[in-house]
Ligand binder design. Structure first.
Ligand SMILES: Cc1ncc(C[n+]2csc(CCOP(=O)(O)OP(=O)(O)O)c2C)c(N)n1
Length: 558
């Protein structure tokens, strides 16, 4: 019987699941795995990063746009702890990312081996599925299980530990096989109970003005067409969460835009409050979306579609819970609803958007210095192709792009790390998004706080010639927190300001084409030059600090 090593089997198992990119950083305990990657022909590209955090964020961005599992890897100890932020973000955002950490040999455990860490325990609360592979012959079935878990039901992240001796151990080559379809998500869709569908349809037909509130689940399920068909049949407005952007193209007459405390505005909230029935789709109805469970108001009739049976009924009493895949649930509802149930949602959307964009357009035309965030959003929208992908960090970027950047294509064109909102996400996630969908122009928009977390990755971007466009909102403060001190703590500004970095010069030192913009009139031409530049480009924009801006944020502590 022909035998291969554990390290070779890991390479083959990834290849058989259709993996094309692995994001990671080398380490002592990874040497056999790297050697197998070197020796075997597998068609996968290893993308060497400068920080494991970035590797995991790249895998996350990759998975979000490609519909495929993102794979990242790092060594034991510090590598395992640094990979963790991206794994937990992906897991809580229902994105399938596989984190592989290599580990000390099983025979060295408990003997104070350098980098020893209980990696299984570390990842247990943070992943949908998690194991350290203690025997080489168990490797294929454990990789298969990781892919099944990541891509079925509610997608999520998985962690596999790969000890040094297991990488060198032997197993039967015949045990190395895979279900290739589990490399993409969602795999194995399930449909909701037909009785619940009937109840939901009756409630919808009966309601005067139903409004959808879509979370990330619609785009994850690829249910955009089914949503549009159902919304059109009902004449019902469609609002989204920050992560739900792309559920419906922004110029669709029923697309109300983002609601909630981060990216919602008064006109969109007022529209939502007219609903006598809200349909949550792939949405947890958490604190940000519902402005601390005030909008929709408690007592509003609720229909809830979610892949996770535990979600509906958590925050709102629910008339009908449709548990299953959003695409199947929405088409089942469509089939159940007879034509002739049309409501007057178009007018409500039109009025709300006119009001919202009238206020925005005025600020977007301002020649004030420092440059207003509104002007940045408008200028970027003017120069970027309609299918561009925009990745936003927390701080100024997330609420501003959520509120005011019209994403005209359905699908995943806006990305932000909404589960934990850790600073320093967008640069790396943008790299991953580029590899996942190289045909779409990718732009990462970050605060200067986020830039400081992630600047080392500029080397990776230059080395790999990633044509990523980066925009830095330079205001020399942790603006979001300063805004919180302004509105909630009597302007007692404490330990939130830092000095101004010349981000363009830093980027140039790495070999990035860079621009610094201080005057509003130079903004559009700098953006256009950066977007047209074939390689990595960065625009540093001296921007109005968030605490002084008219930000679309209703609560700084969400
Ligand atoms: C890792 C991490 N630490 C702390 C925070 C808390 N936090 C949220 S927003 C923010 C300020 C962001 O500053 P910056 O990136 O400069 O953007 P700005 O708000 O100024 O636009 C901070 C510190 C966080 N989100 N992530």
């Amino acid at each position: 019987m022909s035998q291969i090593t554990g390290a070779e089997a890991m390479v083959r198992m990834l290849q058989l699941h259709g993996v094309k990119h692995i994001f990671g950083l080398c380490g002592d305990t990874s040497l056999p795995f790297y050697d197998a990657l070197y020796r075997l022909e597998h068609g996968m590209q290893h993308i060497l990063t400068r920080d494991e955090r970035s590797a995991a964020y790249m895998a996350d961005g990759y998975a979000r746009v490609s519909g495929r599992v993102g794979v990242c890897e790092g060594p034991s100890g510090g590598g395992a702890t640094y990979l963790l932020p991206g794994i937990v973000e992906a897991n809580e955002s229902s994105i399938p990312v596989l984190g592989i950490t290599t580990d000390i040999a099983t025979t060295s455990r408990g003997r104070y081996a350098l980098t020893e860490l209980d990696q299984e325990a570390l990842y247990r609360p943070l992943t949908k599925w998690n194991a350290v592979i203690d025997r080489a012959d168990k490797l294929p079935e454990m990789v298969r299980q990781a892919f099944r878990e990541m891509t079925s039901g509610k997608p999520g992240a998985a962690h596999l530990g790969l000890p040094f001796d297991v990488q060198n151990g032997a197993l039967a080559e015949s045990s190395v096989w895979a279900q290739a379809e589990l490399g993409a998500y969602p795999s194995r869709r399930s449909a909701p109970d037909p009785e619940a569908v009937k109840r939901a349809a009756a409630a919808l037909a009966d309601a005067k003005l139903p409004i959808f509130v879509c979370g990330g689940g619609v785009v994850i399920a690829g249910a955009e067409k089914e949503l549009a068909a159902l919304a059109e049949r009902l004449g019902a407005p469609v609002a989204t969460t920050v992560s739900g952007q792309g559920s419906l193209p922004e110029d669709h007459p029923l697309c109300l835009g983002v609601v909630g405390s981060n990216g919602g505005t008064l006109p969109t909230r007022e529209a939502l409050m007219q609903a006598d029935l809200v349909v949550f789709v792939g949405c947890r109805a958490g604190s940000v979306t519902t402005e601390r469970w005030r909008h929709p108001a408690p007592g509003t009739r609720i229909v809830h579609i979610d892949a996770d049976a535990a979600v509906p009924g958590t925050n709102y009493q629910t008339e009908a819970a449709l548990i299953g895949d959003a695409k199947l649930a929405l088409s089942a509802l469509f089939a159940e609803l007879k034509p002739g149930v049309k409501k007057d949602g178009v007018q409500i959307v039109k009025a709300a958007k006119e009001k919202k964009f009238a206020a925005f357009n005025e600020l977007a035309a301002s020649n004030d210095v420092p440059i207003l965030p509104e002007r940045i959003v408008a200028a970027l929208h003017e120069i970027l192709p309609r299918d561009a992908t925009v990745v936003c960090d927390p701080g100024t970027p997330c609420p501003y792009f959520s509120a005011y950047y019209p994403f005209l294509e359905a699908g995943r064109h806006f990305i932000s790390n909404r589960a934990h909102g850790a600073l320093g996400y967008s640069m790396a996630a943008g790299v991953g998004a580029h590899f996942g969908r190289p045909g779409s122009k990718t732009v990462s928009v970050m605060g200067d706080g986020s830039f400081g977390f992630t600047a080392g990755e500029l080397e990776t971007i230059v080395r790999l010639k990633v044509p990523l466009m980066m925009v830095v909102i330079s205001n020399s403060t942790y603006g979001w927190i300063k805004a919180g001190q302004k509105t909630g703590f009597g302007q007692r500004y404490y330990s939130v300001d830092f000095s101004r970095t010349d981000h363009a010069r830093v980027a140039e030192a790495f070999g990035v084409k860079a621009f610094r913009v201080e005057k509003p009139e130079n903004l559009k031409s700098a953006f256009a030059a950066a977007a047209e530049h074939g390689g990595p480009a960065l625009v540093d924009v001296i921007t109005q600090p968030l605490q002084d801006a008219k930000a679309p944020v209703s609560e700084w502590v969400a």
